[in-house]
Design a protein. Structure first.
Length: 261
């Protein structure tokens, strides 16, 4: 089996060797040796120097995998450009300045998005991918809305645990594209209204049935139609049924609660 087939593919990166050491695998690799200047967009193959970029990757059989990529600093040959030297971008492999591969960052983002920072940290550590909850949350903020260029027509608003059960923020989701648009560090009607005032294109807002998001939506987006989301509708209905049943002395069996999507 070749070296490449042991590893998740890293676009444009040449794998030079794989060694066992330091409690995991170390993969030696080299970058593509070319790139375009981030300031002016001029392509370059003119190497100025190199440095080693160390990236944590997805684990192999539970063991930590570190990819060491010999990365080039390239000269910008455009005489009109202020940028003389830039690091070759590792497109699709790792974001600039991150110390993890895109594979790993995507997985951490997905987990952080669904369960919150602290539980994501625990699951990732158990799977051989130690990443702190602070890092997961920082990435979520950095990447939220990154790919959204077009306006949001149907918006979902919900609260979201920065740290499970402790600090709550607000998550804004484009329900048509099923993508996170923004994460607000607070949960308030004024903050929600502020955000909505910057998005007059929103036509429909799906939110929980009561409280501050309804108020924020009324103040910040009077043009939008508000709808209660399905999960919260079912949860509300369930609470009402539970109250009635317990008044009748017949509480609902434990564990039969609705699950959030
Ligand atoms: Zn340039």
């Amino acid at each position: 089996m070749g070296k490449r087939t042991l590893l998740a593919p890293l676009a444009g990166v040449r794998i030079l060797g794989v060694e066992c050491g330091g409690g995991g695998w170390v993969v030696s690799a080299a970058g593509p040796g070319h790139g375009t200047c981030p300031a002016c967009g001029t392509p370059s193959r003119s190497r100025h120097s190199t440095y080693l970029r160390r990236l944590q990757d997805l684990p192999s059989q539970g063991a930590r995998v570190t990819v060491q990529i010999r990365t080039a600093r390239l000269r910008c040959r455009n005489p009109g450009c202020d940028r003389q030297v830039f690091a070759e971008p590792l497109l699709g492999v790792a974001e600039p300045r991150l110390r993890r591969t895109r594979h790993l960052a995507d997985l951490a983002l997905l987990l952080g998005h669904h369960v919150g920072g602290r539980p994501a940290e625990q699951v990732l550590a158990r799977l051989g991918m130690p990443i702190s909850d602070d890092t997961v949350l920082r990435w979520l903020r950095r990447f939220a809305g990154q790919d959204i260029a077009s306006p949001v027509r149907v918006l979902g608003i919900d609260d979201w645990a920065w740290r499970k059960g402790r600090t709550y923020g607000t998550i804004m989701v484009d329900l048509e594209r099923r993508a996170v648009v923004d994460l607000l560090p607070h949960r308030s009607s004024a903050g929600t209204a502020d955000w909505l005032q910057g998005h007059p294109e929103v036509e429909v807002i799906s939110r929980d049935r009561h409280g501050l998001y309804a108020e924020g939506a009324r103040a910040g987006a009077p043009q939008a139609r508000q709808v209660a989301d399905r999960f919260h509708l079912i949860q509300n209905l369930r609470e009402r049924i539970e109250q009635q049943l317990s008044r009748l002395g017949r509480p609902l069996r434990a564990g039969a609660r609705p699950q959030q999507r």
